[in-house]
Every structure is written in C-alpha cells, then in structure tokens.
Ligand binder design. Sequence first.
Ligand code: MSP
Length: 510
Amino acid sequence: MGRFYITTPIYYVNDAPHVGHAYCTVNADAMARWHRLIGDETKFLTGTDEHGQKVADAAAKHDMSARDWTDRTSARFQEAWDALDISYDDFIRTTEPRHYESVQKFLTAIYENGYIYKDVYKGLYCVSCEDYFTPEASVGGNCPIHGRPLIEMEEENWFFRLSAFEDRLLEHYAEHPSFVTPETKRNEAYSFIKGGLRDISITRTSIAWGVPVPWDENHVFYVWYDALINYLTAIGYGRDDDEVAKWWPNSHHLIGKEIIRFHCVWWPAMCMAAGLEPVSHVQVHGWLLIGGQKLSKTMAAEGELRLSDIAPVMLTNLFGVDPIRYYLLRETSLGNDGEFSLEGITQRYNTDLANNLGNLVARVTAVVNSKCAGAGPAPRPDSALRADAERAIHETAEAWSDFAPQRALEATWGLIGATNAYLELHAPWKMEPGPEVDAVLGDALEAIRLVAILTTPAMPRVCEEIWRRIGLGGSPCESTFDQSATWGQYPGGVTVHRGDPLFPRIKSDA
Ligand code: MSP
C-alpha cells in the first residue's frame, strides 16, 4: 500500500467559485478517489486563500470586514464542492490559527537560515495577480494576464534570496525528471530558472490583511508567500513532525498553468531554504476557455463575462453531478487548454453517457428481466469480451496513475463500446431463453461490473447505482482495485433491477 497526498491550489475568495475552479478540484478529487480505490492511504486537501490586496478590496467593495467577507465566500467554495461530491479530507483557510502558526515557523526557519534580508522594492504591481511585473513583461503598462493597468509601488520589504537557489533548483530538476509534468510545463519552469532568478519581496507594509512577520511587526507576509505554505500547514508543519514526514514525500500539487512560477520555482526554493525537501511532484493543467478567453473572477467583476451563468452549482442542477464531473475530466487532456461550452456538455452527455453507458446498462438489465426472469447469469471465463476487459483494466489503471483522466475514461469507454458491439453481434433480445442468452448476458454484466469500478473515480454516484442495478451489494470501491478488477467475479444468480434511464437524453437545444 502506498501513500498519496494531493492538493489543489487554494482559491482566492475575492468572488464566488466558477467552473474553472471546479475543473481543477474535480480532477484532484478523481485522482484522490483513484488512489483510495487502489488502497493507497490518501489525503486530499483543498481550501481558500484569504489574504492579500485583492481580497481586502473585495471586502471593502461589499462594505464588509475582511473576516466576514472571507467567511462568507469561503463557505461558497465549500458549498460548490459539496454539490460536486468533492471528497476532500481537509479544507484549509489561510486565516486559521493553525496556518499562522505554520507560516511563522516556516518563515522564521528561512530567516534564521540567512535567506531573508531587508531592502527597498520598486516595481509595477498587478492587484489581480498579486504580483509584480517587469516593464518588459507588461503590455503597454497593463498586466499581461488581466489587461488591467499596473500600479507603481515602492515599499520597504523583506526579501527572500531566491537567487541563491538557482543551481540547487537546476540540480533538483535534473535529478527528478518528473518533478513537473507534463514535460512542456517542466521545460517552461526549467527555462525560467535557467534565465536567472531575482530575489523576491515577501512582505508588505501597505496592507494589514495578512500573516504578521514574527520578527518585524510593521510587516505582513505577501499573500503568495503565506499561501504556498498551506500545503505544509495541513500536514502539521511546526506542530507534528511525524505527519510531515509521512505525507510530504508523497505530495502532489495540481495547479493551473499561470501559477507555475510560484509552485515550480519559488516553492521548491522556499522548502530548500527552510531545510525541507521540495514537494514530490507538480502536475500542471491548462485553462478552460470560453470563446478562447480564460474564465476569471476579475473579468466577471468587470462585466466582461457573466460567470454567475456558469457557477458549478448551476451546472450540477442542470445536468446532474456526475455528468459535469465526467465532462470536466473527459473533454480535455490535463495540461492542455479546453473550450468550455454548454453544447459541449450536452454532446458528451448524449453520446458517451446516454448512448453508450446508459444504453448498455438499460438494455442488459431489460433483457435479463425478459429472458432470465431478472436473475443475472454468471460470466464465462473464456468470454470473447475478456480480452477487451483486460485491456481496459490495464490502460485505465495506468492512465489514472499517470494523472491522465481523459485517457483513463477513453480506455474505459473502449470496454463499453466493445460490450455494446458484442450485444449487437449476439442480439440476445432476439434469442430464446436458455444457456446461450445466459452466457452473453453474464459476460455483459461482468463488463458492466468492471466499468462501474473503473469509472468510480469520475462518477461515484452513478457507479453506485449501476452496482445496485446489477444486483451487487456494497459498492464498487468496497474492495481494492487489485481484488475486484479481474474478469469473472460477477457472481450470477443475483437480482438485476431495471430502472429509469441513468442519463435521460437531452435535446441538443437545451
Ligand atoms: N490563490 C492562488 C493560488 C494559491 S496556491 C498556494 C490562485 N487562486 S485562483 O483562485 O486565482 O486560482 C486557483 C486555480 O484555479 C488556479 O490553478 C487556476 O489555474 C485555476 N483556474 C482559474 N480559472 C481557471 C480556468 N478558467 N480554467 C482552469 N483553471 C482555472 O491562483
């Protein structure tokens, strides 16, 4: 049995969650569920990033104290994740006392190790990014990401000696070729380090909404600098060394592509400076786009996009939880950008879910009822479907373990397609009841049992329902994958239930 610690970025609470955040969280959730299924001891962390100028501005705009505002908005993220069946083990808020404690201990360790010093910082700042840009990186004085004017800032700050870690970071990348995946994103981070690192300012005096610097009470830590440490707070950094030792060597951060520099350059250097190994692995994903534009809360606030139209809860109300999870996992290969559209969801729903999976379960349960008096027959050890099933098991498992949900689902849907073709070929609905019908249906039921196991990280609810319909007790994730995902375990002689369509077709103009 292994261990698996997976994290999402912690989301800014300047506004409500949208489907872009759901994309990242659902992917992390499916991976956590996969690792639980294979028997790994798993910890899944998500949460909210509550300090910084952007959040303070949002609270002021709503005439609320920062604390009340963050309480309210953080709760909206939890509601969205509940609506999406997100199985997080811990939800961290950076305003919690445990986080203050870990941040202060971690940064004091860096300070005492001599990697923090005081200087004056002058630069161009984007409040939306909570980040400085060089004049060359700005686009006509505007932020290259948000297109908003950059502000001239001058502050006396504490600095982190990032430049001291160039060589050690390059060595780390050379020694750990899979530190950042996919490779294109790894190369991006590597070139950034190769291009030379400048020290970074890590404290602010201009705002009070942050974690106080323990050795200088006029300063709070810069929001990014406290935020990254959340991954350690949640495993007890500074409070429980055994927990850190247990989880940190098995840690995986899932992040969006615009925050590579923070996670793949700053963060490993910060860990090194504090005397800790860096996170084991960073998996980068692309963006969901609408008409080629990234969904962002900042754009919504400016009226450019109506993100309230694509709140995760609205989507689950419209299409159901599992179809939305499926769409987010299946549509785009993790690492690439993907176009989000309601038409796209409808199409995936009708094709993959209604026509392929839903139809398979419906026709098999119906024919078992009409030809076998509702008792599901056992599969044959030498079924022609067995090779398809074994290929799907192997490829699906490999893909989930490779952080490739799209590929995993494609492989599983290969088995659904093969089973539907097998049924077309034998047409049990045209046969007289008897051993031949039993054999074909037993094979199909076994394929469905396997599909329910393989798909459970993506669509946990539907898989439970399929399990029940084919007459099995417990749930598809009750036994570990190794024990349950082998051909021939469908017991036979159990009562198969017909039910309403699992995925009633949606008219494409819906
Ligand atoms: N608070 C920081 C992260 C700190 S982690 C120590 C932050 N927050 S965020 O709310 O702006 O974004 C969080 C994550 O959501 C990022 O990984 C980002 O890529 C992801 N997404 C936001 N919009 C997205 C899309 N439109 N598509 C896919 N993911 C997107 O950055």
